[in-house]
Design a protein around this ligand. Structure first.
Ligand SMILES: C[S@@+](CC[C@H](N)C(=O)[O-])C[C@H]1O[C@@H](n2cnc3c(N)ncnc32)[C@H](O)[C@@H]1O
Length: 309
């Protein structure tokens, strides 16, 4: 598990910096694009936008979480709160809680809540600086979602068994956080099995300069470690969507180069530009992929693995 300090070294470098290159809702995970990326050939049809593609991703998850107007929803790794704001504004749930380890994210997410987000029927969107390991709600949630946080749940350099024990602990916790039969949405980057994690030059750059104490799982880790507690209902494998998201983020970062350098300095700007380019290349080459999963909490545990039960 990446420590709070490691998480903050990435996410707490200034909200204004992230605002320069993320979409308006500041969603920081692979989007869901519609149609081909034909920006270089505008004559061939309408081009999707990052804002629309991020909203579409949020809707893909919320359409499959069996939400209802009275539902409660937990977002583990809520970032700047864009998903919860959109879901609550659409009337698909009543009570929403977001967890992040980033102080700056929680502060801005809370500041961005409008009166409507706080009002309706008891009206509740709250953001907490807390890890899912410590979260003990008074009642289980009707749905849980976690997008782009799973990559932080195991550090690099672990054996497959050690890594899977970390992920199993997450799924056991998600099981406890959900009411019976309810759903968990999960999106994560995953490395191809042919890729070494931390020891490659790219891995060393990512863990050394961009995401300390973090390393993405393999798709098989997700499928196998969830199985004790959840049945898998939907899955999408979308590397091209993340490659396009990184390309668009980097285009926007470079377009705002001087402001970005003023905010974070030349060295860090160069590191971010390199990280977004390398990420795009990893998704395009097959070294990394993107998994989107919808799970349903089992009524009866399979009883094959030791967990919290
Ligand atoms: C890449 S951001 C994704 C944010 C958001 N889900 C989105 O799609 O925009 C990863 C998020 O995971 C959070 N995170 C990482 N480890 C966590 C943990 N143990 N408990 C709660 N949040 C965590 C970070 O604080 C950050 O908000």
């Amino acid at each position: 598990m990446a420590s709070a300090d490691a998480i903050r070294s990435h996410y707490d470098i200034g909200n204004e910096f992230y605002r320069l290159w993320l979409d308006d809702e500041m969603i920081y995970s692979g989007a869901l694009w519609d149609g081909p990326d034909n920006a270089s050939d505008p004559g061939s049809g309408p081009v999707d936008t990052l804002d629309r593609a991020q909203a579409r991703k949020v809707d893909w998850f919320s359409d499959r979480l069996d939400l209802h107007p009275d539902a409660s929803l937990l977002d583990i790794g809520c970032g700047w709160g864009g998903l919860l704001r959109r879901v609550v504004a659409s009337g698909r749930c009543r009570q929403a809680t977001g967890l992040t380890l980033s102080l700056e994210q929680a502060e801005l997410a809370t500041a961005r809540l409008t009166a409507g987000d706080r009002a309706g029927a008891g009206g509740v969107v709250t953001f907490e600086v807390e890890s899912w390991e410590d979260h003990r709600p008074p009642e289980p949630y009707d749905a849980v979602v976690s997008i782009g946080a799973f990559e932080h749940f195991a550090p690099p350099g672990l054996s497959t068994t050690e890594r899977r024990a970390r992920y199993a602990a997450f799924f056991a916790a998600a099981y406890d956080l959900l009411a019976p039969g309810r759903r968990l949405g999960l999106q994560t980057i995953a490395l191809d099995n042919a890729v070494e994690d931390a020891s490659s030059p790219v891995g060393t750059f990512f863990t050394g300069e961009i995401f300390p104490e973090s390393s993405p799982p393999r798709i098989a880790d997700v499928v196998e470690t969830s199985d004790e507690w959840f049945s898998l209902r939907h899955v999408r494998i979308d590397p091209g969507h993340y490659a396009r998201t990184c390309r668009e983020w980097r285009r926007r970062l470079l377009a705002n180069r001087s402001q970005a350098i003023a905010l974070i300095g030349t060295e860090r700007f160069a590191a971010y530009s390199k990280y977004l380019l390398l990420s795009e290349m990893q998704f395009s080459s097959g070294a990394a992929t993107l998994g989107r999963f919808i799970f349903e909490r089992r009524t009866h545990l399979l009883g094959r693995r030791p967990g919290r039960h």
